[in-house]
Ligand binder design. Structure first.
Ligand code: GLC
Length: 524
């Protein structure tokens, strides 16, 4: 049996993040919805992705775009109905696409009946479901930057919120909270979902002493530094629950701390998260030194633990990577090669396959209190306005060049970013080396990041030129260019010359099929 057959689906999958309010709209209200997603499954299937992760679609007052949930067991009318979601799960499954929902365990909305009851009286049976104190400590909230504690006039105590005051933190030390949240997971697993992306999962365990944290004095928010042993116990409980269902259900954690070693601990002994997001590349600029360090760290920290890595360049909380890389399409194209050829599961954020940039939002149009609207603009489906979004206006304006970057403009266009993503995903899918194969860095070059991927006799070399000038990166043996980010040289022998900001995937030339040794790729 091959590695790909033996390994669980998520190890060789490409996962696509859908931000539902900006993906596709079926009812012309300018906000995307679940039926809209259903109308675009052909597109996603043609792109070649394996699973769709949906940012929250649950009932919510939308203070934090749905990450403030007031009913975990229902769909917000803005996005449709439970029937619509059942239908999406069904239609996706018929096409072989998995569905991953966003599970938000750290906090609810302040409009959730649990919190309404909790704040109503100190004697409420839900009082201890949240974290109440007479005195706040110095912890800081992530959105708005103020205190992580808010005063509740009615019950005369402070409650804790790592995010907005409208997002009170649950108390996972209370077994009733654990049981209630397990019920939430069961509800969705019973409906057939294939797993969960678990929001800020490292935050659920809190320092039992509620001690001041000196890092908060320096301006950091608790969300980026909180890391408690207790979180692991909670995670093992979640994992046991998920594993009690049919195999293949997956837990992907948002462990939003910057130490790869700490993040690695959230995989447990294969009894916590199946995968965790890896944040450093999401913050990184277009710099070979930074990327080399990120990749080495992932390989050295996760590799020995058999913990499977993830790679992500953009999401709904951060600037799109093309914008971060100075707007350059060439860089965005080379980055796509990197994303889809590293060892680990790649996550594509909707619209990056179109090469979208951030939208600039002025003070009047601003929606997100956290200032993250830039990467949340609607997907342009058609060339002409309103770009496949019937009706007056969309909830956020389109990103620049919406027509030219639309799906309609790029589909079937050989040189487009969209076609590059399709070809890369297909190339990855067809190669065990690129999916589950081993990874090894090739000798260092100041501007070129190069690595080898292999599995049995399937072997690829990937070279990425981070500079905007031609670089020479000679390899021993004969190599053919299978795919190039700018299409130059595809199908030809690799000459060792890489154009500025060009990335290539190489395979062994036909007359050079001996197995590679560890040191036969020597750059000039
Ligand atoms: C995660 C989400 C982000 C949200 C926060 C609070 O970081 O990705 O959008 O604001 O959690 O739920």
């Amino acid at each position: 049996m091959t590695g790909a057959v033996r390994s669980p689906w998520w190890r060789h999958a490409v996962i696509y993040q859908i931000y539902p309010r900006s993906f596709a709209d079926s009812d012309a209200d300018g906000v995307g919805d679940i039926r809209g997603i259903c109308t675009r499954l052909d597109y996603l299937q043609a792109l070649g992705v394996d699973a769709l992760w949906l940012s929250p679609i649950f009932r919510s007052p939308m203070c934090d775009a749905g990450y403030d949930i007031c009913d975990y067991l229902d769909v917000d009318p803005l996005f449709g109905s439970l029937d619509d979601l059942d239908s999406l799960i069904d239609q996706a499954h018929r096409r072989g696409l998995k569905i991953i929902l966003d599970f938000v365990p750290n906090h609810t909305s302040d409009q959730h009946p649990w919190f309404m009851s909790s704040r109503a009286s100190r004697d409420s049976d839900k009082r201890d479901w949240y974290i109440w104190r007479d005195q706040p400590n110095n912890w800081r909230a992530a959105i708005g930057g103020g205190s992580a504690w808010s005063w509740d006039e009615q019950s005369q105590q402070y409650y804790l919120h790592f995010f907005l005051p409208q997002q009170p933190d649950l108390n996972w030390q209370n077994p009733q909270v654990v049981a209630a949240m397990h019920e939430v997971l069961r509800f969705w697993l019973d409906r057939g979902v294939d797993g969960f992306r678990v929001d800020v999962v490292h935050c659920i365990g809190k320092d039992p002493h509620f001690a001041d944290d000196s890092r908060c004095l320096a301006g950091e928010a608790m969300v980026h530094i909180n890391d408690q042993p207790y979180s692991h116990e909670i995670l093992r409980g979640l994992r046991r629950l998920v594993d009690s269902y049919s195999p293949g259900r997956v837990l992907i954690g948002e462990v939003n701390i910057r130490s790869t070693r700490q993040v690695a601990a959230y995989y447990g002994a294969s009894d916590e998260l199946h995968m965790s997001f890896n944040f450093p590349p999401l913050d990184a600029n277009w710099d070979p030194v930074i990327f080399r360090l990120c990749i080495r760290e992932v390989e050295s920290e996760l590799g020995p633990l058999q913990a499977w890595p993830t790679w992500v360049l953009s999401n709904h909380d951060n600037s799109r990577h093309r914008t971060r890389y100075g707007g350059s399409e060439l860089r965005a194209r080379a980055a796509a090669v990197l994303l889809l050829s590293l060892r680990g599961t790649p996550f594509i954020y909707q619209g990056e396959e179109l090469g979208l940039e951030d939208v600039l939002v002025d003070a009047q149009t601003r929606v997100d209190p956290g200032g993250r609207d830039g990467s949340r603009a609607p997907i342009p489906w058609t060339l002409r306005p309103p770009h496949g979004w019937a009706g007056g206006s969309t909830w956020l304006p389109f990103a620049p060049q919406a027509g030219a970057s639309s799906v309609q403009a790029q589909s079937g266009q050989a040189g487009s970013v969209l076609e590059l993503y399709r070809r890369l995903i297909a190339c990855r899918r067809a190669s065990l080396a690129l999916t589950t194969g081993a990874w090894q860095e090739l000798p260092s070059h100041p501007q070129v990041l190069a690595y080898r991927r292999w599995c049995d006799d399937d072997e690829r070399v990937v070279c990425i030129n981070f500079s905007d000038t031609e670089q020479v990166f000679a390899l021993s043996g004969q190599w053919q260019v299978q795919l190039a980010s700018d299409r130059q040289g595809e199908g030809c022998p690799f000459t060792g010359r890489l154009a500025g900001e060009q990335a290539v995937i190489l395979y062994r030339g036909r007359h050079d099929n001996e197995l590679a040794s560890d040191h036969d790729h020597l750059p000039d």
